[in-house]
Ligand binder design. Sequence first.
Ligand SMILES: Cc1cc2nc3c(=O)[nH]c(=O)nc-3n(C[C@H](O)[C@H](O)[C@H](O)COP(=O)(O)OP(=O)(O)OC[C@H]3O[C@@H](n4cnc5c(N)ncnc54)[C@H](O)[C@@H]3O)c2cc1C
Length: 468
Amino acid sequence: VSNKSAQASEFLSKLSSIVGADQVLTEVSECWSYGYDNSRRHALPEAVVFPSSHQQVRDIVLLCNEESVPVTARGRGTGTTGATVPVQGGIVLSTERFDQTLEIDRDNRVAVVSPGITNKALQDKAGEYGFFWPPDPTSSAYCTVGGNLAYNSAGPRAVKYGTPRENVLGLQAVTGLGEELRTGTYTTKGVVGYDFTRLLVGSEGTLAIITEATLKLTPKPEAVQTMRAIYNSMESAAHAVSAIMAQPVTPCALEFIDGAAIQMIRDYSEVDLPANAGALLMLEVDGKQDELASYAGAIKTAATNDGLTEFTVAETEAAKAALWKTRKALSPALRKVAPKKINEDVVVPVSNIPKLIMGLEQLAKQHDITIVNFGHAGNGNIHVNLLTDPSEESNRVRAEQCLADVFSLVLDLKGTISGEHGVGLEKQAFVARELDPVSLRLMNEIKGIFDPNNILNPGKMFPARDAL
Ligand SMILES: Cc1cc2nc3c(=O)[nH]c(=O)nc-3n(C[C@H](O)[C@H](O)[C@H](O)COP(=O)(O)OP(=O)(O)OC[C@H]3O[C@@H](n4cnc5c(N)ncnc54)[C@H](O)[C@@H]3O)c2cc1C
């Protein structure tokens, strides 16, 4: 939106004519909250627009492309890396009123939805037909399917059922030129052309705006069995993770909490855990009721090694809830200790988890920062939490040096710097460490083809051009 007020008001009146005046916000007080996400960064958009159809999204992008106005797509702003923060101004395109379930096709295990539907609303709808959509971020009650796709967000179930990339069949989308495209197939097999569906998934709103998603549903399991294994050392727990993943019964959750995190739960909650526990695993298997005992037995066998000190199987719903209470107590405990903590989500091959954790212990000592680790061990996706207050200058400098070392460690261990939170603004500076120069150049060229005027979420995901 130009500074020149006549041009600006003409632009806003064109915007209003696309969606209706009541679907456009322009007051600073109303636009303010659409400038944040969970990274706590903020930039004020010049307007917020609420389309409710594919046509409206297309017309908005056509207008913005003509007038060179940046467009930042936004689901519910629960992302943690600043990808929805409109750092170059322009408009925020919120999908929160574009939230229909268009079809649940039971015979073909397919759901077709608008991008603004929340993950939970989709699960509820699919559940009525006996299905679920596997991606299950902890924020599911609030985050949108569009946001899940644009970040490739997932949760504990990814270890067995995969991330959005494995659970989406096709998309409808609008490029930065306002061109409309359909990607992928309605079928679970298909190999015609390049795979634009999986290119758009994880592209953080920089290539196209998703206006419809055709999703692969999975039948709900009959029953779930929950278990907890406690180890005297981190290494024993990490070896158990590799052993569990190497046998045929894949758990539908394999979550890991390290010794420092266990101590924090003991200190700041009522949850009863043994003192000096080195690490614990939360495990779940699912399937038919009469299969679960044998699945749980196979998991227990694989989880057993010299360091196992306790293995608990939840026999009742109450016992299951009690076991998960441990995991749920962790976030509030961490918030109490370090409200401004830095939370990374690195990934390493499961067999390298012990080396990662040992390396992190060394870095914690070297940089004098408490580091607490937990996460989706079955995928090697570990949330590395630096318990520090980066708003204080000396802490910020130490945390930055520590983070740079954490990412080097992860890359040396054949890992990746983000498993689910994405790059946004937070990890831009580190992308060139993971991607080779040719990949970066090709990605830049792809961005130029989808969005030649760089209006879609500009300034995100890649290092600034002059930093390359
Ligand atoms: C309490 C809490 C728990 C969380 N737990 C998890 C977790 O377990 N696992 C996990 O992976 N993440 C987690 N997250 C992070 C976050 O919830 C997810 O990344 C989520 O997918 C973001 O959805 P959103 O609708 O809020 O998207 P936003 O934050 O609004 O947007 C995210 C990205 O998607 C883009 N986007 C949104 N809609 C579209 C569209 N229609 N077309 C194109 N681009 C679009 C945006 O431009 C931005 O780049 C958590 C966050 C919180 C606050």
